[in-house]
Ligand binder design. Structure first.
Ligand code: N2P
Length: 345
């Protein structure tokens, strides 16, 4: 009887060891990124190589991401906001300084993308992707030259126009069309842009985020405001689509990886950021999502159709007339109010 008891004891202990051993007791990081903005195999590869589990979730706009972080509740180790939002998060003390010793791959970033105004010494951010904003249009539905934001207010395209569901991008379109800076601090100019967007509303099929790709690929609308990398991905799927940067000028943007100061695994976050800046990994993400990499050596690894794409890698001439968004700082509430007014009208 005693023998049986000890067998049972051994069995139970073994089962216990087995169960605990199989539980996921790896260290983990929480990564919060834009939707459709990574090759998911790259995440798996990071997990295998570093023994760190990645809890991955996504957002559609900088503002959505910001609100989620401010709400607290969940903590994130890596987030990938755009320039002006990084500037704001630094100003508000939301980010943690990077230990650059843990991110040697920062040296793979092309100089043109380092030390920009939003983070002058890259103390907080490592560039991930960059691009422009422009118009994608379906050549079978639009048979005039597309070179101005004006086309988005042309009644001929009633219910065929898609706008970006992102406050700075949509306001930038209206502001540039009016001949103003997309960083204006003049409330009258902002309200004029608001009124133009309200006037345009009846022509707009929808304000979309990531779904714009499927809508345009499927030929459901004629014209859309898009980020350049999405244009690359769309043109690959539907050759009737073409991309143009309007003559009134547009936005040049940079999305960079940062560590919020509420991060629970800063070293894991730095390992992830460093991994993403490795040329072969950056090349795989770039090929998968269509966006433009700031990692010089990664560009050389890309297939010709991306490397030679003027949408992804425009000539300096094409991006002469661009502005980079700035944090509106003390008037950020005015931008928020204007955006709400556009949508409640
Ligand atoms: C990817 C969104 C890209 C972000 N779906 C543009 N800044």
């Amino acid at each position: 009887m005693r023998k049986v008891k000890s067998y049972i004891l051994i069995l139970v202990s073994l089962m216990l060891i087995f169960t605990v051993g199989c539980g996921d007791d790896r260290p983990s990081i929480n990564v919060f990124n834009w939707g459709d903005y990574i090759d998911t195999d790259v995440i798996k590869e990071f997990e295998e190589e570093f023994g760190i589990k990645v809890n991955y979730s996504t957002y559609e706009t900088n503002e959505d991401m910001y609100i989620r972080l401010k709400q607290g509740g969940s903590s994130y180790d890596v987030v990938i906001p755009s320039d002006y939002m990084i500037e704001r998060m630094i100003r508000e003390g939301m980010l943690s300084k990077l230990n650059k010793d843990n991110i040697p791959n920062l040296s793979n970033v092309d100089e043109a993308f380092l030390n920009l105004d939003y983070d002058p010494d890259n103390d907080y951010s490592v560039p991930y992707m960059w691009g422009t904003v422009g118009i994608i249009y379906n050549k079978t539905m639009v048979d005039e030259p597309v070179d101005s934001w004006d086309i988005l207010w042309d009644e001929k395209y009633d219910d065929q126009i898609i706008m970006l569901n992102s406050q700075r991008d949509s306001l930038a379109v209206a502001l540039k069309r009016l001949g103003y800076s997309m960083n204006t601090r003049d409330v009258v100019e902002l309200e004029e842009a608001r009124d133009e967007l309200i006037k345009q509303r009846p022509l707009v099929y929808a304000y979309l985020g990531d779904q714009v790709k499927y809508t345009m690929i499927g030929g459901e609308a004629a014209i859309a405001v898009v980020w350049s990398g999405d244009a690359v991905a769309m043109i690959r799927e539907n050759p009737d689509l073409e991309f143009a940067i309007p003559k009134e000028g547009t936005n040049l943007w940079f999305d960079s990886m940062v560590i919020p100061n509420s991060a629970k695994n800063k070293e894991g976050a730095e390992a992830f950021i460093n991994f993403m800046a490795r040329p072969d990994i950056a090349a795989r993400n770039t090929e998968y999502i269509g966006y433009s990499t700031p990692i010089t050596e990664a560009i050389e690894m890309l297939p010709d159709y991306i490397r030679n794409s003027k949408v992804a890698y425009p000539d300096p001439e094409d991006i002469k007339n661009t502005e980079i968004f700035k944090d509106p700082a003390d008037i950020v509430e005015v931008y928020d109010r204007i955006w709400t007014e556009i949508h409640s009208n």
